[in-house]
Ligand binder design. Structure first.
Ligand SMILES: *Cc1c(COP(=O)(O)O)cnc(C)c1O
Length: 346
């Protein structure tokens, strides 16, 4: 058995075969594809969870960041920047630290989950809160990238999308083929674009014989792709997909059209129900945004007997505030066996 060495070591042939000395990695990828028994029974289908919250910084963003940071460093970049709802900043900060580059992150003031902010500051990034939403932070990062020597590592950077294709590769390798349906939360729409490109790459290479239908789910308060227009004041508890003007909207539309899939929305209440169901019945604690991919199936239904993969994009530990806000408070009792027995009724 040889140790897992990260995505560029394993999938380098699809990513330009970088020289080992150019690779910046935290051994990301190779996340588990977990059979969801309770969900499968409830839906009458074979449902698997691709738990990308188990990446080094706790989200799928690491898949694209290893490629973006490796290529930026190889080109001689000194500094990187991103606008972020939180996970891109955590990932960029970690990979920049590993690469020895400086990193600045722009986050929407007040709307970033606490764990993500803690990560970005711990990894040593310069964290700048902007009075505005994600879309504004991305615009600012882009504008700076055009006039200053700094590399933008948002998913408008094609290196990010390249790296994120590996999510689709792993799903096919783990299932020994493509699922019938790939269900995924959609915010800035980079990931759905990358998965579709990944499935297409594998089909063109003859590794899979057919591609899945792509089912994307947006939060009802931030659903520009469902509504067909930009949402100027996006609003949802799922902060990772609180985006009103997706940079990769075209990629998302292409994925859905070509695969005969769908993009629909789910309410915050439906997201939270799925979030809690996953924790309580599958033993998996993901982010609220990630649970949108499961909420979509529960709300809109699935073809009986189909094989479905839901991408769980981020780790629940990043957002303890939301988890605690919907959960019972810890009980306080006297430190005695009698009190314990009375409380537990045993
Ligand atoms: C970034 C992110 C998303 C949205 O992905 P896009 O590529 O922006 O559509 C969903 N969930 C989590 C946890 C994320 O970090």
């Amino acid at each position: 058995m040889s140790a897992w060495g990260g995505l560029l070591a394993s999938y380098g042939q699809w990513l330009g075969n970088p020289a080992p000395s150019d690779i910046v990695t935290l051994n990301e990828g190779n996340t588990p594809l977990i059979k969801a028994s309770a969900l499968s029974e409830r839906l009458g289908a074979a449902v698997y969870l691709k738990f990308d919250g188990l990446n080094p910084t706790g989200s799928f963003k690491d898949r694209g960041m290893t490629v973006a940071m490796s290529r930026a460093k190889a080109r001689g970049a000194q500094a990187v920047i991103c606008g972020s709802t939180g996970n891109t900043s955590a990932s960029a900060a970690a990979y920049a630290a590993k690469a020895g580059l400086t990193c600045a992150v722009l986050v929407p003031g007040g709307y970033v989950a606490m764990g993500k902010l803690a990560q970005a500051v711990m990894y040593g990034a310069t964290v700048i809160q902007i009075d505005g939403n994600f879309d504004l932070t991305l615009n600012l990062a882009r504008q700076l990238g055009e006039v200053a020597p700094i590399t933008v590592v948002n998913s408008i950077n094609p290196d990010r999308i390249d790296g994120q294709m590996t999510g689709a590769f792993e799903v096919c390798d783990q299932l020994d083929g493509a699922p019938d349906i790939l269900s995924i939360p959609v915010g800035n729409a980079g990931n759905i674009t990358a998965y579709w490109r990944g499935f297409t790459t594998y089909q063109d290479a003859g590794i899979i014989s057919r591609r899945p239908a792509m089912w994307g789910f947006q939060a009802a308060g931030a659903a520009p792709l469902v509504l067909g227009h930009v949402v100027t004041e996006p609003d949802t508890i799922a902060t990772a997909i609180r985006i009103g003007n997706p940079a990769s909207a075209d990629g998302a539309r292409r994925a859905v059209n070509e695969s005969e899939g769908q993009i629909r929305s789910v309410t915050d209440a439906e997201i939270l129900e799925a979030y809690q169901f996953l924790a309580r019945h599958e033993g998996i604690f993901c982010e609220p945004a990630s649970a949108a991919s499961v909420a979509g199936l529960l709300v809109h239904g699935v073809p009986e007997g189909s094989t479905i993969v839901c991408v769980l994009t981020g780790n629940g530990l990043k957002d303890p505030d939301t988890a605690l806000s919907i959960s019972p408070r810890p009980l306080s009792i006297d430190a005695s066996v009698d009190a314990l027995r009375a409380t537990l009724n045993i």
